[in-house]
Ligand binder design. Structure first.
Ligand SMILES: Cc1cc2nc3c(=O)[nH]c(=O)nc-3n(C[C@H](O)[C@H](O)[C@H](O)COP(=O)(O)OP(=O)(O)OC[C@H]3O[C@@H](n4cnc5c(N)ncnc54)[C@H](O)[C@@H]3O)c2cc1C
Length: 471
């Protein structure tokens, strides 16, 4: 993707120079303008070119975020929130320059309410930090993107992961949040009640808004009890179709699977080498069940029978924590293991999501497309949600390869949309998928634009993301 292909945002040189002066004076060492640090705060995870902000502020409190936003609003300068920068579609880039607000120092856990199964945290707390903090409470936070992302970033991208089939995504797990809006006012979108009919659902408007409507400065999250027993294992299949049909049957039979992850043969080869897994190089399902000792054993047996009916198996499962941890570590390391399939290559990680009844068709057609186009591109998927990822490995110095990868991704997005699905199940739109939003939502894009104009009339909140420039 060339810089010229990204949504353009005009630079306001005078405003930027003024804000740089104000922030330097106000924040001292907590405001940085060095090239390296600015580069780290732009998009760094895929081949999308880096567009660095002009300065980075390490904010520590909501009032500080308000001050920064007010200064940026007064001088019409873009402001881009930053968690840990693991987003994959150019989300943290600064196409018109501006100020990156790094939330890593807003990392306090403000309260944990075990009786109510909730907690309130600042946005820079990462999902692993939170779970470490909760360890002795018998509770956990289930949303687990492959990266150790910040909870603010996860809310902003409406992230999910392997547990979403059982526990939902950030949409279901953020009870309320506090955000600094484009005029510098802070709004809290709800209390801690499990449900509410009180007016427009501002929580869900902000969840998934990718920093384009407000900067999240606190989140109240749902927690879950750590299950008494967990069982899980890996089941090989003769084809992707057989694996997908097993997923559908498992869900339709109401087996409360906690994780059910699809891995294609090429990805299994990568995992065998990188994570030393001893399974065949064929499509596999990684599954996990949560419940009582008897419950998880029964669920694993039932799953094994369904898999066998589809020609799969043997399904080897275990309740031993160390063995399960090894399997799920391998699954979470899928991105890194894939890179070994083509040393020196960089990955373009893309995700789509379709109704589960179309999953087999979508994944099978996509695998055929990968072969026809001569790409090296393993597939993994949160199959229980109809969501899967393709990591296209390519030589960044070869424009032809980049063009081919973009063509493949465009075909994949349009295939998913044509199957009544979405061009992104969890990564978000950022810059990379702007061109597909109207295909998916039609006039819905105009409604989004109206909301954006009402809440951010100066277009300072992460401009150039989600919404197409025009048309
Ligand atoms: C190896 C790997 C595996 C991944 N696997 C998954 C996966 O399984 N599921 C999944 O959903 N994602 C996955 N991702 C993508 C990524 O981890 C998620 O998008 C994550 O939610 C981003 O969080 P972050 O803290 O890195 O946010 P950042 O990248 O820092 O920011 C992402 C977006 O959120 C905005 N933002 C950040 N903080 C705030 C805030 N406080 N207020 C408002 N806006 C904010 C930013 O402006 C930006 O638009 C993966 C990424 C990698 C590298």
């Amino acid at each position: 993707m060339a810089l010229s292909d990204l949504n353009p945002v005009e630079r306001n040189e005078e405003g930027i120079a003024t804000v740089l002066g104000i922030l330097k004076q106000r924040f001292g060492e907590r405001f940085q303008t060095g090239e390296a640090i600015r580069g780290q705060h732009a998009h760094t995870t895929t081949y999308i070119p880096t567009q660095a902000p002009d300065g980075v502020v390490f904010a520590e409190t909501t009032p500080e975020v308000q001050e920064i936003v007010r200064a940026c609003a007064a001088h019409r300068v873009p402001v881009i929130a930053f968690g840990v920068g693991s987003s994959l579609e150019g989300h943290t880039n600064a196409p018109g320059g501006g100020i990156s607000i790094d939330t890593s120092r807003m990392n306090r856990i403000l309260s944990v309410n075990p009786q109510d199964l909730d907690c309130t945290v600042e946005p820079g707390v990462t999902r692993e930090d939170l779970n470490r903090h909760l360890r002795d409470t018998g509770l956990f936070f289930p949303i687990d993107p492959g990266a150790n992302a910040s909870l603010g970033g996860m809310a902003a991208t409406r992230a999910s992961g392997t547990n979403a089939v059982r526990y939902g995504t950030m949409r279901e797990n953020v009870l309320s949040l506090t955000a600094v809006m484009a005029d510098g006012e802070a709004v809290t979108t709800g209390k801690r009640a499990k449900k509410s009919s009180a007016g427009y659902d501002l929580t869900r408007l902000l969840v998934g808004s990718e920093g384009t409507l407000g900067i999240i400065t606190a989140l109240t999250l749902r927690l879950q009890g750590i299950p008494q027993a967990i069982s899980g294992g890996v089941c090989p299949f003769p084809s992707l179709e057989a694996a997908c049909n097993t997923v559908i049957a498992t869900i339709q039979m109401g087996i409360p699977v906690a994780r059910i992850e699809l891995v294609n043969a090429l990805q299994m080869r990568a995992m065998k080498n990188y994570s030393k897994l001893d399974y065949p190089e064929s499509p596999c399902l990684f599954v996990e069940f949560h419940g009582s000792d008897a419950g998880v054993a029964e669920q694993a047996e039932m799953f094994g029978m369904i898999a066998e009916e589809q020609g799969g198996g043997p399904f080897l499962w275990t309740s031993v924590a160390e063995e399960r941890t090894k399997l799920w570590k391998a699954r979470h390391d899928a991105y890194w293991s894939s890179l070994t399939l083509r040393p020196g290559a960089k990955g373009l990680s893309t995700d789509v999501c379709v109704p589960i009844s179309r999953l087999a068709e979508c994944v099978t057609e996509t695998e055929a497309d990968i072969a026809d186009m001569g790409l090296v591109a393993p597939i993994v998927g949160h199959a229980g949600d109809g969501n899967f990822h393709v990591l296209v490995l390519m030589d960044l110095d070869n424009p032809e390869e980049i063009a081919l990868a973009e063509k493949f991704v465009a075909r994949l997005n349009m295939r998913a949309i044509a199957m009544d699905g979405t061009c992104t199940g969890e990564h978000g739109i950022g810059q990379g998928k702007v061109g597909f939003l109207r295909h998916e939502l039609g006039h819905g894009v105009d409604v989004m634009r109206t909301i954006k104009q009402a809440l951010d009339p100066l277009n300072i909140m992460n401009p150039g993301k989600i919404l197409p420039a025009a048309g």
